[in-house]
Design a protein around this ligand. Sequence first.
Ligand code: AMP
Length: 128
Amino acid sequence: MSIFTKIITGEIPSYKVAENADFIAFLDINPNAKGHTLVVPKKEENKIFDLSKEAYTSLMDFSYQVAKAIEKTLPCKRVGMSVIGLEVPHVHVHLIPLNAMEDIQFMKKVTLSKDEFVDLAEEISKNF
Ligand code: AMP
């Protein structure tokens, strides 16, 4: 069972920003930038291109809606999107508010307090 499945089943906590029957979006715990969000299909699958075309399209559609909420909440040049999965083998889309190229490079990280995570998740969720 992946760590994201544990989040989905409520076994471990997350800073949730959006959810429907098939997907959940929550803040990345080690964000590249403030507002870095992960969009995850509830059905555990390892690699994004092993999803059915329908599941892939639905994931992109949900990610689009989450990106709009991030854009409304946080000033940034644009919201960037990346799919990696080398650390957690459960499909997820990274949505990251970008102001500089380094924000998408997964090297520079920002530190947020628990209260900042809670407030941010609530703000994005209100704009969803
Ligand atoms: P990758 O699998 O390489 O796309 O990276 C996995 C991402 O998941 C990293 O950016 C981690 O910071 C993030 N991550 C790992 N565990 C958690 C967690 N419990 N809650 C939120 N984000 C997490």
